[in-house]
Design a binder for this molecule. Sequence first.
Ligand SMILES: Nc1ncnc2c1ncn2[C@@H]1O[C@H](COP(=O)(O)OP(=O)(O)OP(=O)(O)O)[C@@H](O)[C@H]1O
Ligand SMILES: [Mg+2]
Length: 238
Amino acid sequence: MRPVTLLELTEVTAFYGPVQVLDTVSLSVPDGGAVGILGANGAGKTTTLRAISGSVRSGGRITFDGQSLHGLRPEQVAARGIAHVPEGRGTLGQLTVRENLRVGAYRRKDKGVAADVDYCLDLFPQLKERITSTASTLSGGEQQMLAIARAVMAKPRLLMLDEASLGLAPSTGKSVYEAIRRLRLDSGIAMLVVEQNANLAFTLVDTATVLETGRNVLTGTSAELKGMDEIRRAYLGG
Ligand SMILES: Nc1ncnc2c1ncn2[C@@H]1O[C@H](COP(=O)(O)OP(=O)(O)OP(=O)(O)O)[C@@H](O)[C@H]1O
Ligand SMILES: [Mg+2]
């Protein structure tokens, strides 16, 4: 069966005030697929996720499940089934781990919330040990795990992750990505993943696009991109 496109960006532009930072970004995420966005600092990776989330002014065409997201506010985009774990995480520091997970599920009316809390604690066992701690007292790695788990609690169809490994020790970054891979296998949630560490990104994503100054310069499968000299030099340390 041909994969159904879940998210599609067609020549998306974005602006901060009068300054245009996305020129033409196009990408597509199949239902259940995982797609990476690579690129140097300032290339427009975060802005691409923010354009999808409705937190920056954008043009071009963005559709999710066949419907335009144009003009929607961030909470309306979230209600359609898109969860965004922003750069720098975004947990609620004064709330405990358990409360953060509960808040993640606040839109849900189904009876699966308690089971999903258990699933998240199984996915990230370190959080289980910190369940009554306030989020602000967690380590950087634990906060990243909590931010992802909180997004999972919304039961999204698409999870957007912005630099999940940033600032973490290499072993912690690896274990965060192991959990994300398991989540993908268990749930089939589609993923759009911004990651500076291309080695980690390629352990998760099927395809990726490379941005440079707000436009796509290369798009391919992980295997194709890993084999390219320019990708090796720029993103794989050799
Ligand atoms: N709030 C803002 N106001 C004005 N310009 C911004 C703002 N945020 C980002 N920019 C600019 O937009 C461009 C794209 O930034 P963006 O944050 O999307 O890049 P990025 O690829 O995520 O970079 P990084 O790898 O450093 O996170 C950069 O030139 C940046 O300086
Ligand atoms: Mg960024």
